[in-house]
Ligand binder design. Structure first.
Ligand code: NAD
Ligand code: UDP
Length: 331
């Protein structure tokens, strides 16, 4: 990558599901992209198509451990820093809760310092989990949330809440321009098949003819946003020059139960998988739906991909990366 070009953008967590799509979108806009990732839940295969891209570079590093030499250069100028680094799937972020918490707190602090030093605008990928198990429905940005601060999800929820606090402290002190996206459940190609989230689990199970695991009775709701829509929201939020009152919800307000999702995937795949019940995880939110009027008013953003079309693309993706059922039966 050549130095001194106009728009150098850092994407922390760029080898992950959302991050790799964001790298693609930034490159399509003409930016130079530096991706930083520790490959905890991300994969090189998500970026393999960029190997020969001269405007793309990949650094392996953990944002908890301070910044690599490349990012410590005194004259480095960055236009934007996106912080997407953090495992997002409950089983993955609970596997090492201390590291998850440090990723959000220490890692975000490291990237905010970098933004201050390099003059970059900073965007935090926060989460609807800051609302916890919400008593207000749908969730607006003004709702302060209902998070269990000592439960197994706290490392993620409270880590993100602390990261938001840090970001707004930097903004108040004039140390960096910040944007905070509260992202609601997002799905699509390049989710890791084994990361344990509901869409990837259900689709891979249906395609393989394995039992579909529904946690609890399946009546809990989520609102699923297709990845392309979400990435366009991140770009618009980062590019927004006007005042914002605080964090901005990004998600799809179409709400459905986990049971409904399973029915749709079974119908679309023609799978005859059985549905089996598993215990509902501790503190699993009962319902979740974003109010996106702020994103619409200020950014002119709303999702445009219907669930059917997004699921179709996701099913095609998993069908292309997982072994066919016939091959599994022969083994
Ligand atoms: P993901 O797990 O696919 O991606 C996270 C990426 O961050 C991975 O590539 C991982 O290797 C990397 N990473 C984790 N810890 C790191 C560390 N300490 N240092 C460097 N890299 C690290 O998850 P995703 O779905 O792409 O989520 C991306 C971001 O968006 C996360 O911050 C997540 O909290 C947020 N988010 C995602 C969703 C969603 O539904 N996908 C919802 C809300 C918030
Ligand atoms: N879930 C499920 N089966 C699975 C994985 C998840 O029923 O195989 C449920 C989970 O308990 C939650 C919902 O699906 O109620 C969404 O889970 P996910 O991990 O995707 O996201 P989050 O809980 O973080 O919203």
């Amino acid at each position: 990558m050549k130095n001194g070009r106009q728009r150098l953008v850092l994407v922390a967590g760029g080898a992950g599901f959302l991050g790799s799509h964001l790298c693609d979108a930034l490159l399509a806009e003409g930016a130079e992209v530096l991706c930083l990732d520790n490959f905890l839940t991300g994969h090189r295969r998500n970026l393999r198509h960029l190997e020969r891209e001269p405007r793309f570079d990949l650094i392996e590093a953990d944002i908890v451990d301070g910044l690599p030499a490349r990012l410590r250069q005194p004259r480095l100028k960055l236009a934007e820093v996106y912080n997407l680094a953090c495992a997002a799937s409950p089983p993955r972020y609970q596997a090492d809760p201390e590291h998850t918490m440090l990723t959000s707190v220490v890692g975000t602090s490291n990237l905010l310092r970098l933004s201050e030093r390099t003059g970059a605008r900073f965007l935090l990928a926060s989460t609807s989990e800051v609302y916890g198990d919400p008593e207000v429905h749908p969730q607006r940005e003004t709702y302060w949330g209902n998070v269990n601060s000592t439960g197994p999800r706290a490392c993620y929820d409270e880590g993100k809440r602390a990261a938001e606090a840090l970001a707004f402290d930097y903004a108040r002190a004039g140390r960096a321009e910040v944007r905070v996206a509260r992202i609601f459940n997002t799905y699509g190609p390049r989710m890791a098949a084994d990361d344990g989230r509901v869409v990837s689990n259900v689709v891979t199970q249906a395609l393989a003819g394995d039992d579909i695991t529904v946690y609890g009775d399946g009546s809990q709701t989520r609102s699923f946003c297709y990845v392309d829509d979400l990435v366009s929201g991140l770009l618009k939020l980062m590019a927004h020059d006007g005042e914002l009152p605080g964090p901005v919800n990004l998600g799809n307000p179409v709400e459905l139960t986990v049971g409904d999702l399973v029915e749709r995937v079974l119908a679309m795949t023609g799978s005859s998988s059985a549905v089996v019940r598993r215990p509902l995880p501790v503190d699993d939110p009962r319902r979740r739906r974003p109010d996106i009027s702020l994103a619409w008013d200020r950014l002119g953003w709303r999702p445009v991909t219907p669930l059917e079309r997004g699921l179709e693309a996701t099913i095609d993706y998993f069908a292309s990366v997982t072994r066919p059922v016939s091959a599994r039966r022969r083994e």
